[in-house]
Design a protein around this ligand. Structure first.
Ligand code: HEC
Ligand code: HEC
Length: 360
């Protein structure tokens, strides 16, 4: 009923309100000269004189004003009996503004239910062609997702671009729905303690070479060798990643954290750990469906009727990959090296198990 953090403030508010009303009544009482007597022809003089002949009269307060003042005091007392204004006292009506909000929300939900009902059974690609649904999706995205993925859904370092047709987990409507509903937890184990800085640098050179970035060619051979030992378990022999683990494709020059040598070294040595929060308790299934359609649409603008141009294969205008890698090269590479939990003794097998147990 009351949101005060300590009982003190409840009493404080109640006492201040009551003392206020009593004080007003007392003030009226001390100014009661008009009761009883009609004003004299010659009003009383306060006896204060300025500039020789300027005097101050002491007229009684007008009757209409006093009556109004009294009525306001009576109104205040009545109000405080009926509504919650006296600290912890809830008022005889039991009204609370929080209840008011809840009722309005319920009414809003009832009013919008028919609107959402249309989309509950509709296939996602079909929703993605519905202008009304896309408007709702846009608004839901701005309210619930933009703080991480950006208002244009193009992401930021550590937060994937959702418009580029390049997916960590997969871009089919079912996978996106699953991602939004249940959330995701991507873990790249830290290799500090297993891989020395020199070797990490060699691997980074090799990884960069896969995307055709400028590298020290003399180190690629060593790097490739180490990659084969430590990285293939998750990123694959061809380094094209593994959507079941959320392990990114390392050959497409699309980067979650940045493409600089230092950033990749930091990823290898310190690991990465990122979470997409599950939305199932926050949004209704229909809202999640509409959001899925909106997100899917961002990389499937040219989806044909019946739309099956789903998954991760790049294509269409989304392939331009605006933002992505260029966002902030090296932005996260300054992080202090720290031995991650999986650091000390884990080989790739251990790491994969760590990952599996960390996954919801
Ligand atoms: C607190 C930040 C945060 C919020 C809020 C958030 N996300 Fe995410 N999202 C992430 C992170 C981080 C990842 C990457 C997870 C990983 O690397 O395992 C991600 C991944 C995703 C993916 C998978 C992308 C891929 O390449 O497979 C989708 C789809 C997605 N988010 C959609 C949404 C939608 C829709 C919302 C709004 C309901 C949302 N996200 C809200 C942080 C967030
Ligand atoms: C246990 C599985 C696993 C192993 C082993 C692993 N990675 Fe990863 N790696 C991941 C996951 C999962 C991510 C995504 C992390 C995230 O979502 O934040 C990732 C992210 C990365 C990134 C960031 C890519 C980007 O787009 O910014 C690089 C670079 C990388 N790994 C390289 C390596 C290298 C090099 C090795 C070998 C030394 C390696 N990984 C070993 C799972 C693994």
């Amino acid at each position: 009923m009351s949101d005060f953090t300590t009982p003190f403030w409840g009493y404080f508010v109640g006492i201040v309100a009551m003392v206020g009303i009593v004080w007003c009544l007392w003030l009226l009482y001390t100014q009661r000269r008009w009761l009883g007597r009609a004003p004299a022809n010659q009003p009383a003089d306060t006896g204060h004189v300025w500039d020789g002949d300027l005097t101050e009269l002491n007229n009684p307060v007008p009757r209409w004003w006093t009556v109004m003042y009294l009525l306001m005091c009576v109104f205040a007392v009545g109000y405080l009996v009926v509504f919650p204004g006296l600290g912890h006292y809830a008022g005889t009506l039991g009204y609370t503004s929080a209840d008011d909000v809840r009722k309005q929300q319920a009414a809003q939900e009832t009013a919008t239910r028919p609107l959402y009902a249309r989309y509950e059974a509709m296939p996602v690609p079909e929703i993605a062609r519905d202008t009304r649904a896309l408007e709702i999706g846009q608004r839901l995205f701005l309210n619930n997702c933009a703080q991480c993925h950006g208002s244009d859904a193009k992401g930021a370092p550590g937060f994937p671009n959702l418009t580029d047709g390049d997916w960590l987990y997969g871009g089919s409507p079912e996978t996106i729905l699953q991602t939004i509903t249940k959330g995701r937890h991507g873990v790249m184990p830290a290799w500090q303690g297993v891989i020395d800085a020199r070797t990490a640098s060699d691997i980074a050179d090799y990884v960069r070479s896969l995307s055709g970035l400028g590298v020290d060619r003399s180190r690629i051979f060593n790097g490739k060798d180490a990659y084969g030992t430590y990285c293939v378990a998750c990123h694959g022999v061809d380094a094209k990643g593994n959507q079941a683990l959320g392990a990114p494709n390392l050959t497409d020059d699309v980067w979650l954290y940045g493409s600089s040598q230092r950033t990749i070294e930091a990823t290898i040595l310190n690991g990465r750990d990122s979470r997409m929060p599950a939305q199932e308790g926050i949004l209704t299934p229909a809202q999640i469906r509409i959001l899925t359609a909106w997100v899917w649409r961002q990389s499937n603008w040219n989806a044909p009727e019946g739309g099956t141009a789903a998954t991760g294969s790049a294509g269409g205008p989304g392939d331009a990959r605006p933002g992505g890698a260029a966002a902030a090269p090296g932005a996260t590479s300054a992080a202090e090296p720290h031995p991650g939990p999986a650091a000390a003794s884990s080989g790739a097998g251990d790491a994969a198990r760590t990952l599996a147990s960390a996954r919801p």
